[in-house]
Design a protein around this ligand. Structure first.
Ligand code: PNS
Length: 163
């Protein structure tokens, strides 16, 4: 049984993330989507909110679990007995930091293998940050995130507005 972890900030989950999840579940027995802490980011959604948004977005997929962990990814992997880290690569620009993280994770735990998947070309320009920016200025994110995520962005950004 191969358990893979798909870690990230997921602030919030996008169709780009879902593309990776939907393809990863065909390769691994179980995929755990883990909301982790990235000290260089200041999230808009709480960990609970992010977990809930991911759960709703992946409720149609059987072999997916959604979780969060406040520490090192390699420590979480030991707890859930996973050896594979799944990452989506959008462009060459992602490669440098992803290569560094993959190498560091393998140094911390030699059994931790990172499995890179190329993001589908129609999502290669997507990121949670750019989606938040578009939503912040009232732009349309309909084709970029599931409906409930779009709603959550609206609620977060315009909490007093009637829908
Ligand atoms: O979606 P992101 O923010 O690019 O994901 C980065 C993330 C959260 C996967 C990374 O920051 C992480 O693994 N955080 C957990 C703490 C950790 O293990 N850091 C060392 C990474 S080598």
């Amino acid at each position: 049984m191969t358990i893979a972890i798909y870690p990230g900030s997921f602030d919030p989950i996008t169709y780009g993330h879902l593309d990776i999840v939907e393809r990863a579940v065909k390769i691994f027995d179980e995929v755990i989507i883990a909301v982790m802490f990235n000290p260089s980011k200041h999230p808009m959604f709480t960990v609970d909110e992010r977990r809930q948004l991911i759960r709703s977005a992946t409720s149609h997929i059987k072999n997916v679990r959604v979780d969060s962990f406040p520490g090192l990814l390699v420590d979480y992997m030991s707890i859930v007995h996973a050896n594979v880290i799944v990452k989506g690569l959008r462009a060459i620009s992602d490669y440098e930091s992803e290569f560094q993280m993959a190498s560091m994770n393998r140094k911390l735990n030699p059994a931790a293998e990172t499995f890179f998947m190329a993001t589908s070309s129609h999502y290669s320009y997507l990121s949670s940050s750019i989606i938040k920016e578009i939503a912040m200025y009232g732009g349309n994110v309909t084709d970029l995130v599931p409906l409930h995520v779009e709603q959550a962005l609206r609620d977060k950004l315009q909490p007093n507005k009637e829908h």
